[in-house]
Design a binder for this molecule. Structure first.
Ligand code: HXC
Length: 300
């Protein structure tokens, strides 16, 4: 199990989760931890050999798992994979939209088709999976009790909170994903008792995303910018997902939880700490002695 979990092993007992992009990276760690906490998991991905290896690894840990080939960009694939999941496990409680595409390119080198491709995978893919899963996830949906609504968890990013170099397509895609999270949380929370939340990971070690976006020699520079001075682990994201999916998260709806060590808040410290103490006192004393520019005291 690697690092031990702070959650009870039965935290997700009896739950069924479908995880897109679940055969590798963050998605696979979520699948593993969900399985170890009692859930049955279906993995959706494009590459059959990767799916097969992932399912074997899960089953060897005693986890109920299946792999289903499909591309989230195709509505028919989404419908087929959802149907197969429910056929095998008899219901669906949790949909995790983890499938994503990414590459670094400056806008002048990014064709409209390159922009569209990432939007298609991340944004339209997420929406398509949500749309096709409604009939299963809603309270009273196929195989579910009338009082048992499901959960959608969208894996997002923090790039669009400010602006990110060379990732204008992913920033736009994830901004839209966050908007889908809030929109569906409002509408489907109200109408179908489905909670819809997100997780926004920062730089997570040993993921396909980090391998693509941050070559080895850049990693220490990224670490220096993170308030906690370390990359995250896939485990950190999986624990956040368990929190959202277990009873602990039953009142969380429409939230995207940032798990990035504080990176998106980071900017350089301009004045050293010792200097700021002196400077701040000096400014206060000066303004008391010489209140230049202060408005005259009111006579009232
Ligand atoms: C410029 C590029 C490019 C590059 C592709 N394109 N790579 N443009 N620089 N490096 C352009 C192509 O020229 C083409 O446009 C268009 O994008 C589509 O390319 P295809 O190769 O035909 O697309 P496809 O085969 O569908 O592959 C999609 C993909 C690929 C996104 C390009 O990388 C992929 O499948 N990725 C999935 C796996 C992945 O990326 N995992 C990491 C996720 S990490 P033209 O105009 O020539 O037709 C992650 C983290 C996000 O998501 C958060 C970050 C903090």
């Amino acid at each position: 199990m690697g690092r031990s979990s702070p959650f009870k092993v039965e935290a997700l007992k009896g739950k069924v989760a479908l995880i897109t992009g679940g055969a590798s990276g963050i998605g696979f760690e979520i699948a593993t931890q969900f399985g170890l906490h009692g859930a049955a998991v279906a993995l959706m991905g494009r590459r059959s050999h990767v799916l097969q290896a992932a399912v074997e690894a899960l089953r060897s840990q005693g986890i109920q798992a299946i792999g289903l080939e499909g591309d989230v960009r195709r509505q028919a694939d989404a419908a087929r994979v959802l149907e197969a999941t429910v056929k095998r496990f008899r219901k669906l409680d949790i949909l995790i939209n983890g499938a994503a595409g990414n590459f670094l390119a400056s806008p002048e080198d990014l064709s409209p088709n390159g922009f569209r491709t990432v939007i298609d995978i991340d944004t339209v893919g997420t929406y398509t999976m949500c749309h096709e899963s409604l009939k299963y996830l809603k309270a009273g949906g196929l195989g579910k009790a009338p009082s048992e609504g499901g959960l959608i968890l969208n894996i997002s990013a923090t790039l669009h909170y400010t602006a990110a170099w060379y990732q204008i397509n992913v920033s736009a895609a994830k901004a839209a994903v966050d908007s889908i999270t809030r929109g569906l949380a409002l509408e489907w929370g109200t109408d179908y008792d489905i909670r819809v939340n997100g997780i926004a990971p920062g730089p997570i070690a040993a993921t396909p995303g980090m391998r693509k976006l941050a070559p080895e020699e850049m990693k220490s520079r990224i670490r220096d910018d993170i308030p906690l001075f370390k990359l995250g682990d896939k485990w950190d994201i999986a624990m956040a997902a368990i929190y959202m999916a277990s009873d602990a998260g039953k009142y969380i709806n429409g939230a995207t939880l940032i798990v990035d060590g504080g990176l998106w808040l980071s900017h350089p410290r301009i004045i050293p700490k010792e200097e700021v103490k002196q400077l701040s006192r000096l400014v206060e004393t000066k303004s008391r002695k010489d209140p230049v520019g202060m408005p005259p005291k009111s006579k009232l």
